[in-house]
Write a protein that binds this ligand. Structure first.
Ligand code: THU
Length: 160
């Protein structure tokens, strides 16, 4: 029997002000986006913003449904829109923030597992990594250099 280890390095920014200017601007877009969330059931509002290599910024928010599984997370709303509207563009980074109408969200909120799988598809498609920045409504921001760091042992098209 053999074993192997997986490790990844993440950067932590203690506050929003510490972010590089362009990422701070991108994160601000997530604040605006999450105000447009349709989240009457969870009252948990998530905003995502993508920076594309053509300079476009695409935003998305979670869209819920009375039939709960029919709703969609903010990250996938954004990434599918980007894929549909700018199929040739590469996604350089994604920023995510979340707030709750029920309690303060002060810890960084990472993309859910299903969103990680959807996001990594675009890293495979574009053959380059995308940076992932995530936060709550305040407090620290975590940066991952690649979706693969959040989703090791990915399932991708090489298995098909
Ligand atoms: N949500 C997102 O939008 N992104 C995530 O990565 C985690 C969860 C949404 C889905 C649902 O509308 C609400 O947050 C509560 O799970």
């Amino acid at each position: 029997m053999k074993t192997f280890n997986i490790s990844a390095e993440f950067e932590i920014f203690d506050s929003f002000e510490e972010l590089p200017d362009n990422i701070g601007e991108l994160m601000k877009k997530t604040f605006e986006a999450r105000d447009k969330a349709y989240a009457p059931y969870s009252r948990f509002q998530v905003g995502a913003a993508l920076l594309l290599d053509n300079g476009e910024i695409i935003t998305g928010s979670n869209q819920e449904n009375a039939s709960y599984p029919s709703g969609l997370c903010a990250e996938r709303t954004a990434v599918f829109y980007a894929g549909a509207k700018f199929p040739e563009a590469r996604i350089e980074c994604i920023a995510v923030s979340a707030t709750s109408l029920k309690r303060p969200v002060t810890s960084p909120v990472p993309p859910c597992g299903a969103c990680r799988q959807a996001l990594v598809e675009y890293e495979v498609k574009q053959k380059t990594d995308m940076e992932v920045y995530f936060m709550g409504e305040s407090g620290a921001i975590v940066k991952a250099k690649s979706v693969k760091d959040l989703l090791p042992l990915i399932f991708d098209n090489s298995y098909l």
